[in-house]
Design a binder for this molecule. Structure first.
Ligand SMILES: Nc1ncnc2c1ncn2[C@@H]1O[C@H](COP(=O)(O)OP(=O)(O)OP(=O)(O)O)[C@@H](O)[C@H]1O
Ligand SMILES: [Mg+2]
Length: 300
């Protein structure tokens, strides 16, 4: 699917082929442009962050290449959300830098995030529950319009072409995520699983080159997880979106990810392919053994 045009003047996804199917898809979507060697979508360089005495992130290096799905896993409190909050500029690291495409920051300007080609979802849902699903999704394109954000939400001050464009894009994303039928419903009235999908729609409508997902499967029933997995993979393959995926469901992580970084007490203890990480004794000791026990015991 290449119906969504790339935003001019911001970072856009060029695809690093990670498997044959994706490479073929890439050829269709991006004209098979060769990937510049060494280019990264996202980089963390010696990033550290503390809250008082609590070390949330300790000297973290991370490189995510364009087109990759990179999972970040680890026990509760390992620093996963803190990492996304540093990447998205919610937290300023005590030390280190964040590279997003060609730009390098000590403090990512969170208000310019969408212009940098970055969108995110939140560990706890952050929808406008009293607005329709369509309006929620359109709010993800607020950066595209010249009028104010609230003006856009309520349809005040948005030029007719902006209005049509935002509606058009929202409609396409709603269709992509099978949400068209609930477009007019108030977001707060939807079942939790659908609200999680609306959050994904709101992030995707910004046409991000880099998508940060903080626990997209949390609270979902098994069939909803299967659907969400399908949509995340489709976003990666069909839009070429680079994805950083925080997730506790190990089955989903192993199925979706090209590479996995494992965190424990704010440190990165492993970083590699699913096979490498699965076989790593440090990871088994710190997390996978515990995760397996929790899964056996009814959930993590
Ligand atoms: N705003 C904050 N103020 C104080 N401490 C914080 C803050 N945010 C995170 N922390 C602490 O930093 C550490 C890492 O937290 P973080 O939320 O990044 O973990 P996580 O890996 O996302 O955990 P979970 O799987 O439970 O979501 C924890 O000890 C947490 O209590
Ligand atoms: Mg978290």
């Amino acid at each position: 699917m290449n119906s969504i045009n790339r935003i001019s003047g911001v970072h856009t996804a060029t695809y690093l082929p990670v498997d044959i199917a994706a490479e073929q898809q890439n050829a269709r979507v991006y004209g098979n442009e060769p990937h510049p060697a060494g280019k990264i979508a996202l980089g963390l360089e010696s990033v550290s962050l503390s809250f008082g005495g609590v070390v949330a992130l300790e000297n973290i290096d991370l490189s995510v290449r364009p087109g990759e799905i990179r999972a970040i896993i680890g026990p509760n409190g390992a620093g996963k959300s803190s990492l996304i909050n540093v990447i998205s500029g919610v937290y300023r690291p005590d030390r280190g830098h964040v590279r997003i495409g060609h730009d390098r920051f000590t403090n990512v300007p969170t208000q310019k995030l969408v212009h940098l080609g970055v969108a995110r979802t939140f560990q706890n849902l952050a929808l406008f529950k009293g607005l329709s699903v369509t309006d929620n999704v359109m709010s993800g394109r607020a950066h595209k319009a010249r009028s104010t954000f609230l003006g856009q939400i309520f349809g005040i001050g948005r030029s007719p072409s902006e209005e049509v464009d935002a509606h058009d894009r929202a409609a396409k994303i709603l269709k992509f995520l099978n949400l068209t039928d609930v477009g007019n419903r108030l977001a707060g009235t939807l079942p939790y699983g659908l609200q999680k999908r609306v959050e994904l729609a709101r992030a995707l409508v910004a046409e991000p080159a880099l998508l940060l997902l903080d626990e997209p499967m949390a609270g979902l029933a098994e069939p909803e997880k299967v659907e969400m997995t399908k949509f995340i993979r489709a976003a990666n393959r069909e839009y070429g979106t680079t994805i950083v995926l925080i997730e506790h469901d190990i089955g989903v992580v192993m199925e979706l990810s090209h590479y996995i970084a494992v965190f424990d007490y704010g440190r990165k203890i492993a970083d590699g392919t699913p096979e490498e990480v699965r076989a790593d004794q440090k990871v088994i000791d710190a997390y996978l053994g515990v995760a397996a026990e929790n899964i056996d015991g009814g959930g993590i």
